[in-house]
Design a protein around this ligand. Structure first.
Ligand SMILES: [Fe+2]
Ligand SMILES: [Fe+2]
Length: 275
């Protein structure tokens, strides 16, 4: 079942993969890397029957050996059936050629605009793809429940996406809800201090409040039990609604780079007074 409340107590053995959810037939695991960087990268694995889905596997040089070892502790790494790429950045995609050597038949799950860029990591374009629709109609029917793919425009890639796992209620969110934190813990335990580490990531990486608010309104109706980002700590159930609420209001990216100038404010005031 959902092991995140128990993991909040700490004392986790990171030499092995970490069970985040397990009901005996559907498992969600942290298979990320131990690294001495505040930009630390999380990778996740979902196993359900024949479905062996690796999420945002990381870079070749920095992550591949560690992620492969943790995957191997659960299922043979060459049996990964799908790799989900939430966007096209190096920190989550650079190891793709290594994974495709292990299983050339693996299916790459991503959006069409990310798909155009991914072969430049060093593999032919005619591999197996599963395109995620920009209309949010793409899902996989796993035995335990649906895995739904939702786009997240301009957060931060123009056609970024996230994955919602119905069985666990986990939202695997890529860079959204990520944090840069020197003192990393797998699961956040103090909301106020964790929120500060999320702010410093979002104001520099996310396009604008309009983009953030639109996406937060899209995911708000989902019963989300935890958010699993690619950087920083997992956001446990009680912190999910505060995270959505705060991100809806956060100015970021273009809001901060191009704030409304005094001249624009004065001109719009002038226009209003002449009508
Ligand atoms: Fe990114
Ligand atoms: Fe990232």
């Amino acid at each position: 079942m959902n092991r995140i409340p128990e993991l909040m107590k700490g004392n986790i053995d990171f030499s092995k993969p970490v069970d985040l959810f397990n009901d005996g037939s559907h498992g969600v695991y942290w298979v990320g890397s131990q690294e001495d960087s505040p930009f630390r990268c999380n990778a996740y694995l979902i196993v359900d029957g024949k479905w062996r889905i690796l999420i945002d596997p990381g870079s070749a040089y920095h992550h591949f050996d560690q992620v492969r070892a943790r995957v191997n502790a659960i299922v043979p790494a060459n049996t990964i059936s799908h790799i989900v790429l939430h966007h096209q950045d190096q920190d989550l995609c650079d190891s793709l050629p290594n994974w495709m050597k292990l299983n050339p038949e693996v299916i790459l799950v991503t959006t069409p605009r990310a798909r155009v860029l991914l072969p430049y990591y060093g593999f032919p374009a005619d591999v197996n793809w599963a395109d995620v629709s920009p209309n949010d109609t793409t899902y996989f029917d796993l035995p335990g429940g649906s895995l739904a793919f939702l786009t997240a425009p301009f957060l931060h890639f123009p056609e970024a996406m996230v994955t919602y796992d119905e069985r666990s209620g986990f939202l695997l969110s890529g860079d959204i809800c990520a944090a840069i934190e020197q003192d990393w813990q797998l699961v956040a335990t103090h909301w106020e201090s964790h929120w500060r580490t999320m702010v410093s990531f979002h104001i520099f990486y996310m396009a604008s409040n309009r983009a953030l608010r639109g996406f937060m309104e899209k995911i708000e109706p989902f019963p989300i039990e935890a958010i699993l980002p690619q950087h920083g700590s997992v956001i446990p159930g009680p912190m999910v609604r505060p995270a959505i609420k705060n991100l809806k209001e956060l100015p970021c990216g273009l809001d901060l780079l191009y704030p409304r100038s005094n001249l624009e404010s004065a001109l719009s005031g002038l226009a209003a007074s002449t009508h």
